[in-house]
Design a protein around this ligand. Sequence first.
Ligand SMILES: [Zn+2]
Ligand SMILES: [Zn+2]
Length: 254
Amino acid sequence: MLVDTHAHLQWASFDKDREKVINRAKKAGVEYIVNIGFDVDGSIKGIDLAEKHKGLYATVGIHPHNANQFNHKVLDKLRKLSENPKVVAIGEIGLDYYRNLSPRQAQKEAFEAQLLLAKELELPVVIHDREAHADTLEILSKFKEEITIIMHCFSGSKEMAEQCVKSNFYISFAGPVTFPNSHKLHEIAKWIKLDKILVETDSPWLAPQDMRGKRNEPAFLTFIAEKVAKLKGIPVNRLAEATTENSKEIFQLP
Ligand SMILES: [Zn+2]
Ligand SMILES: [Zn+2]
């Protein structure tokens, strides 16, 4: 059994075959899927889906790309949405200096405000950090004692991973760990202890190596789990067991 801790099944590219995608995930052993919000509408759609499916959960949050839409009304809306019992975290939130679709100052403000919300609601956070490692760690350092932090689709250095683990963050591996040239990620996967690892697909993006170029879906999580297990030199079942246990604890899944 596996938990896909990060997917966006509310995305339009699943409109035609969403039910089939969810069934394929179940057949592949992916029994739980955490559907990640990126704006208000995406968060609402994620919750709707989670309400319809037993193994689906949702998070609510404003992605750094959409930080320019963030304001107090939006924050209140997220607070209200998080009352739904299927909401298990705040996210994805963070900083993206690669695409800079929102001004950096707006990204930082939205990020901090949502971290405060997570603290208030005692919910874990799903962090998106792309080429913004220093600022992300600096902002998170103010919250690391009080909030459970997940570094989704980790893309930092080994040193950064060490710093994250020291701060008690979880590191989540996505499709890029399966790419042959992801040497840094391979090294981190070999080094990191099982009790700090999560796995995710980030569907519909970042399909693993064997499916590269295709739309990603939660059933492909098996490729990611197999790769991480292989790097660690352990049976995939052990990796699955550990990451499922971590996911259940963080998101308080049944
Ligand atoms: Zn992301
Ligand atoms: Zn995502």
